[in-house]
Structures are given as C-alpha cells and as structure tokens.
Design a binder for this molecule. Structure first.
Ligand code: FAD
Ligand code: PYC
Length: 402
C-alpha cells in the first residue's frame, strides 16, 4: 500500500547541545528564531544555539490572531513595524517556506469622535513616515466589509484607519520557516530545554545552566516574551514589564464572508476569517498578572457580546476553541530591544499584545544589535528610555485593551 505520511525529512535537526556557542538565544518563538536567522544571513554568525523550554513556536507565536500592520503613531515604531511588514511581503520566497502571507487589508474602526480624530492623526503621521494608510468614511467601510452593521445603536461606525497591505500570515509557519532555515545554516535548536540560571563573571555573561546541562557562550540574547521578567531575574536585573494573559477564540467554520481584518477597539474585539473558514476573534488582556497561558472566562462573553453589535451574524455561530498566551507589557506599550547591565547580554521583549507582526523586523534589528552593538532600528527602544522618560507611547496603536 502507498503510505503518504511516511518518509518525510525532518525540517530541523534536534542536536545534543555543544559545550559552547558564540551566541545563545533563549526562546524559540518567532522573535528568537528571526534573530538567529538574520545573525546568520546578514552577519555571517552561525555558531548559534536557540534554547527553548517547550516546543518551538509554542509560546505567543503559535497563539496569536496573526494580524500584521504597521499603522503606528511614533516614528521609531513606524520604522520597525514597516520594516517587518515589508519583510513579510517576501518571506515565503526568502525562506522557501509558504507562510501564507495574506495582505488582505486591516481596518481599525472609529466608533467614537475621539477615535476619528485619533486615527486621522495616525493617517497623517503615517503619510509623513512613508507608511501607506488612509482614513476612510463609513460608506467605504460598508463597501469593503458588507457583513458589518455600521448603524449600531450605541456605537455607529464613523470611519476607520485602513491599511490595504496589512493582513495576516500563518503564525506557526513563520516559526517553522525560520527554524528550518536556521537549522540549515548549522545552528542548533535545542527544544525541551529550560534555561534555569545565567552564569556571570565580572559584569559579563559566561553561559547558561539548563535542564540539559551548562552551556557557555560569548553573547546571550534573551527573547522569552511573557517570561522576560523571570529570565532577566536569573541574569540579575529587573524589567519594567508586566505579564498578563491575552486570549483568542475561533468559531465553527463557515463559507467566506469577510476578506479583510477588522479591529473594533471601542466595543473591543478583533475579527478575521481563517482559510479554513473559522472566524478568528480576540479579546483584551486580563487585568491581573498571571503565567498560566489561559484567559479568564468572562472575556469570552464580553468580547463576543461587544462584537455582536457590529457583526450581528456572529450571534448564530458556535465557538469551538479558546486559548491564551502570556504577553509582556511595558508602560508605553512599545517593545524593548536593548543592551542590558551585563556587557554581552541583550534583551528583546515587551512586544505585549502586538509582536507577531514585528517578527522579521525585530529579528533583523536585534541581529544587528547583537552582532555590531548598535542598530538604527533599535536605538530608541533601549531600557534607558524608562529612566530618561523618553517613552514611545503606542497605547492607541496597540489596539488591544490593557
Ligand atoms: P514567544 O512566541 O512567546 O516565544 C518565547 C519563547 O521563550 C517561548 O516559546 C517560551 O517557551 C520560551 N521560554 C520562556 N522561558 C524560557 C526559558 N527559561 N528557557 C527556554 N525557553 C524559554 N501580535 C500581533 O502582531 N498581531 C496579533 O494579532 C496578535 N494577537 C495576539 C493574540 C493573542 C491571544 C496573544 C497571546 C498574542 C497576540 N499577539 C499578536 C502578540 C504576539 O503573539 C507576541 O507579541 C509574539 O508572538 C511574541 O513572540 P516571541 O517570539 O517574543 O514570544
Ligand atoms: O497588534 O494588531 C495587533 C493585535 C491584534 C490583536 C492582538 N494584537
């Protein structure tokens, strides 16, 4: 008999860790893997281990609602998010791996006068930054998303910020594509291996202790999202980060009914339709710190109740699955890509509710920072901004209730 599901080559190796690497990256989420990939591709550094306590892509990278956009307000954000969005355009070809990038358009609804003014401002800022967005009126909103009730009694749709080349991608394919490319370059991806301590001497990192033994390194890069505070603690420094649960849910699959992504930030919820036909829905963060990778139950009800007013047809759908991830949130809702108090240790975290879209740009920038000690894309995102009061306020652009 012909067996179709046998004889597949492994996409990446599962090696035994070496005693020492030039660079160790802690965390095989999208950001850690992309950092490794661009270290190899752009800087020729391939003596790299990516150490993952679970399975690669099993953190927030494999749990998010996959929205990709670059319609942020501040210049440093526009630069890194647009770099990322543009790298998504060619990622499948670059990695020779189909990440199903679908630039179907992202629409952020304005349902209060305050939001109208806020998003008009963002559209002007984006024009100056070279990011293509536009503010559109309610009739155009209805045209591009006919299932929407724009005349809702409490929150009629007054317009929206539209980014036509925003969209979605297959989240775990992004992790898998980078992982295969890293492995092909000779890098070691060590899964089921938790970093339990960071070894230091003379203000430098010398290596890490892990559940598979001690491993030395010349440089360490911590990229562990919701666990950032904990791992930074192992390295002896503190972060201005809170870890909270963010959750999402999907409905039963239905025929194609919506070919854009909508974020409705006032009623609060975001919505897209997957290629399988499921309606992918996301809610706000829980209001308390937590490490359990599951969201609280009342969010399911609150999110769906809020969305039903703007999307009445959702009320007839059965919800199939709900899950959560632990997101690492900073006070200004912008990420940290930074040197640390330890000379050869770097940290990439604080992407909070919005880092999937940033994966390639973040990896590109972080690799440059690790390889050269500076990068124009990371310059404003250092830890020092919290001491100096140079915040990069993106609380509106984050689009998710915190
Ligand atoms: P992760 O993918 O979480 O990777 C970190 C890895 O570090 C994990 O695999 C973890 O196991 C590992 N790790 C932790 N501690 C250790 C240790 N001690 N030793 C070894 N390994 C360790 N962003 C968007 O742009 N668009 C969206 O639509 C969107 N929706 C979201 C919806 C939800 C429900 C959630 C939870 C998040 C959403 N996000 C979204 C945010 C996005 O998912 C994250 O910002 C992004 O995935 C972070 O990637 P990462 O690689 O930094 O983290
Ligand atoms: O950052 O666009 C985003 C987002 C949508 C849902 C969660 N995060």
């Amino acid at each position: 008999a012909v067996r179709f599901h046998s004889g597949w080559e492994r996409a990446w190796r599962s090696p035994t860790p070496k005693k020492k690497y030039k660079v160790i990256i802690v965390g095989a989420g999208g950001h850690g893997l992309a950092t490794a990939y661009y270290l190899g591709k752009n800087h020729g550094i391939t003596d790299v281990a990516i150490i993952e306590k679970g399975w690669l892509g099993g953190g927030n990278t494999g749990r998010n609602t996959t929205i990709i956009r670059s319609n942020y307000l501040q210049d440093p954000s526009a630069a890194i998010y647009e770099k990322a969005r543009s790298l998504y355009e060619t990622m499948s070809q670059d990695l020779n791996y189909n990440v199903m990038f679908s630039p179907r358009g992202v629409l952020m609804l304005a349902q209060t006068h305050h939001e109208v003014r806020g998003y008009q401002r963002t559209a002007y800022a984006n024009a100056l930054q070279g990011v293509k967005t536009e503010f559109i009126g309610p009739e155009r909103v209805k045209e591009i998303c006919p299932i929407m009730n724009i005349d809702g009694p409490r929150y009629p749709v007054l317009g929206g910020l539209f980014q036509a080349r925003g969209g979605t991608a297959r989240h775990d394919a992004v992790a898998w594509g980078y992982a295969r490319a890293c492995s092909d370059m000779g890098m070691d991806i060590i899964q089921q291996c938790e970093v339990t301590d960071v070894k230091r001497a003379g203000g430098q990192v010398t290596g890490v202790s892990t559940t598979k033994g001690d491993i030395d390194c010349e440089k360490l890069c911590i990229v562990v999202a919701g666990n950032s505070g904990h791992v930074a603690g192992l390295a002896g420094f503190r972060l201005p980060i809170e870890s909270v649960a963010l959750q999402a849910l999907v409905s039963e699959p239905i025929k194609p009914c919506m070919d854009i992504v909508v974020m409705a930030n006032t009623v609060h919820g975001y919505l897209s339709q997957s290629d399988k036909g499921e309606m992918v829905i996301g809610g706000g963060t829980d209001g308390y710190n937590n490490y359990t990778q599951r969201g609280s139950f009342q969010h399911v009800e609150e999110t769906v109740r809020a969305l039903v007013e703007t999307f009445p047809m959702l009320s007839r759908l059965k919800m199939l699955r709900q899950w959560g991830g632990i997101v690492d949130v900073t006070g200004d809702r912008s990420p940290i890509l930074s040197k640390t108090p330890l000379g050869n240790c770097f940290i990439n975290c604080g992407w909070g509710t919005g880092g999937f879209k940033a994966i390639p740009g973040s990896g590109w920038a972080m690799a440059e920072l690790v390889a050269k000690g500076h990068s124009p894309l990371t310059a404003e995102f250092g830890l020092d901004r919290f001491k100096e009061g140079r915040f990069i306020d993106e609380s509106v652009a984050a689009g998710v209730a915190h």
